[in-house]
Design a protein around this ligand. Structure first.
Ligand SMILES: *Cc1c(COP(=O)(O)O)cnc(C)c1O
Length: 411
C-alpha cells in the first residue's frame, strides 16, 4: 500500500497524511483492519448528545449510542469534564496501588444495588469471565472440583472469548474455534420444567446464568415466572444465579439493573457497555454469599478499574437517579406507543430504552434507509434494535421515531 493518493477535496489546514487518510479511509480500513466487521457506509467524526456528524458534515440522530455505550450521549459535558480532569491528574498506575476513582465507583455501585463487592475489568466478555470463574470457585471450594457446570439459555449471548462463546447458547457462535471450554449446558428460555429436569439430572451444576433481556438474541425479555422459578430452584440447591447485565445494566431498561424488573436477588452480576459512558470498562458484582470467593491472586486485570474509566463511570452512576430511570421508562413507552400497530411493524419487544422492532422488511434494509434519512438504528437477529442515550432529548426522539416509522412503512 502506498500513500500517494492526493486528497481530491483539497481541504486546507490538514497535514498531507491526514488528507490522504481522509480521502482513502475505506481503502485503508480494508487494507489494515482485520476483516471482522461489515461496516455501514458512514464515517462519524464528531457529535453532541444524541446528534452525530459524519465526515461530510451530514447530521444524524443517534438511536444506537454505540451499542448501548454512550449512556448520556456523545461528549456529554459532565462526563467529558470528569474524564479530562482525570486524564490530567492520573491516567494509570495499575492495581498494585490504591486509586480514588475506582474506590468511589465501587462504593457507589454497592450502595445503589446492595451488592457487597466489585471486580473491575475492561469489557463485557471479561466481566462474564470473572463471573464464571467466581461461580465455579464458589462451588469447587465448597463441594469439590467436579461441581463446575454452568447452565445458560438457548439464544443467549455472553461474549467473544473462547469461554464466553461456550456460555453463549447459539450454535452459530460454536464454529471455527475448537476446542471450546467445557462445562456449559444450554436450555430453552422460559421453560422451567426443562431447566428443572436438567438440574435434577446433573449433579455437577454449580450456577445458572441469564440475561434478563436477551439482547443480541433479538431483545427477548425473559418471563417473570421463569426468572422467579429459576432463582428459587437455584437457591434451593445452592446453585448461584449469575445475571449478565452487560447490555441491560446501568439504567438501560428503566431500572438501575435489568434484574430489578424481576423480583430476584442475584448472587453475581456482570456489566459493561453503558457503565463508563463510552470508555471501556467491565464490572462484576458479588453479593453477601459470593463476596469472598475471589481471593488474593485468584483474578486480576492490568487495566481494570483504570482511573479515567472509573472517573467517567462515577458521573454515569451519579445520574442514574429514580427520576432519570422513570424518564427512560416513559420514553420507552412513548416509542412503543408510536410503533405498535403501525404499517410494517409486526411487534415491539423490550423494556425502557432497550427495544426490538420486528418489521416486515429486513432489518438491514431498515437500517440502511434510516441512515440515509439521518437516523442511526441497530439490529439484533431478526429485529431492528433501539438503544438510544438514556437522556435523549424528547424532541430528538420524536423526530427520529417519525423518520423510523416512515422508513419502516415505505420499504
Ligand atoms: C455485548 C455483550 C457482551 C459482550 O461484551 P463485550 O464488551 O463486547 O465483550 C456480553 N454479554 C451481553 C449480554 C452483551 O450484550
Amino acid at each position: 500500500m502506498s500513500f500517494n493518493i492526493i486528497n481530491p477535496t483539497g481541504i486546507e489546514k490538514k497535514s498531507a497524511m491526514e488528507a490522504v487518510q481522509e480521502a482513502n479511509y475505506k481503502v485503508l480500513d480494508k487494507a489494515f483492519i482485520a476483516n471482522t466487521y461489515g461496516r455501514l457506509d458512514v464515517c462519524f467524526v464528531k457529535g453532541k448528545g444524541s446528534t452525530l456528524y459524519d465526515n461530510n458534515g451530514k447530521k444524524y440522530i443517534d438511536l444506537g449510542s454505540g451499542i448501548g455505550v454512550t449512556a448520556f450521549g456523545i461528549n456529554d459535558e459532565v462526563w467529558s469534564q470528569a474524564v479530562i480532569d482525570q486524564v490530567q491528574k492520573l491516567n494509570h498506575v495499575s492495581n498494585l496501588y490504591y486509586t480514588m476513582p475506582q474506590i468511589e465507583l465501587a462504593s457507589k455501585i454497592c450502595e445503589k444495588t446492595g451488592m457487597k463487592k466489585v471486580f473491575f475489568s475492561n469489557s463485557g466478555a471479561e466481566a462474564n469471565e470473572c463471573a464464571i470463574k467466581a461461580a465455579r470457585k464458589y462451588s469447587i471450594d465448597k463441594y469439590g472440583k467436579d461441581r463446575n457446570v454452568i447452565i445458560t439459555l438457548e439464544n443467549s449471548f455472553h461474549g467473544r472469548t473462547i469461554t464466553t462463546l461456550s456460555a453463549t447458547g447459539q450454535d452459530v457462535f460454536h464454529q471455527h474455534f475448537f476446542p471450546f471450554t467445557p462445562g456449559f449446558l444450554h436450555t430453552p428460555a422460559n421453560d422451567l420444567a426443562k431447566l428443572t429436569a436438567l438440574v435434577e439430572s446433573n449433579p455437577h451444576v454449580c450456577a445458572i446464568m441469564i440475561e434478563p433481556i436477551q439482547g443480541e438474541g433479538g431483545v427477548m425479555p425473559l418471563e417473570q415466572d421463569f426468572v422467579k422459578g429459576l432463582t428459587q430452584l437455584a437457591h434451593s440447591k445452592d446453585l448461584l444465579v449469575v445475571v449478565d447485565e452487560v447490555q441491560t445494566g446501568n439504567g438501560r431498561t428503566g431500572k438501575l439493573y435489568g434484574y430489578m424488573n424481576f423480583d430476584i436477588e442475584p448472587d453475581i452480576v456482570s456489566t459493561a457497555k453503558g457503565l463508563a459512558g463510552g470508555l471501556p470498562m467491565g464490572a462484576t458484582f458479588f453479593n453477601e454469599k459470593t463476596q469472598l470467593v475471589l481471593d488474593g491472586g485468584s483474578h486480576g486485570s492490568t487495566f481494570g478499574g483504570n482511573p479515567i474509566c472509573a472517573a467517567g463511570a462515577v458521573t454515569i452512576m451519579n445520574r442514574l437517579t429514580d427520576d432519570l430511570l422513570d424518564e427512560v421508562a416513559s420514553k420507552g413507552a412513548y416509542i412503543k406507543e408510536q410503533l405498535v400497530g403501525t404499517k410494517g411493524v409486526k411487534s415491539v419487544s423490550g423494556l425502557g430504552l432497550m427495544l426490538g422492532i420486528e418489521t416486515e422488511a429486513e432489518p438491514k434494509d431498515v437500517i440502511a434507509k434510516c441512515l440515509d434519512k439521518g437516523v442511526v438504528v441497530l439490529s439484533a437477529k431478526n429485529k431492528v434494535r433501539l438503544l438510544p442515550a438514556l437522556n435523549i432529548p424528547q424532541e430528538d426522539l420524536e423526530e427520529a421515531i417519525a423518520i423510523l416509522k416512515e422508513c419502516i412503512a415505505n420499504l
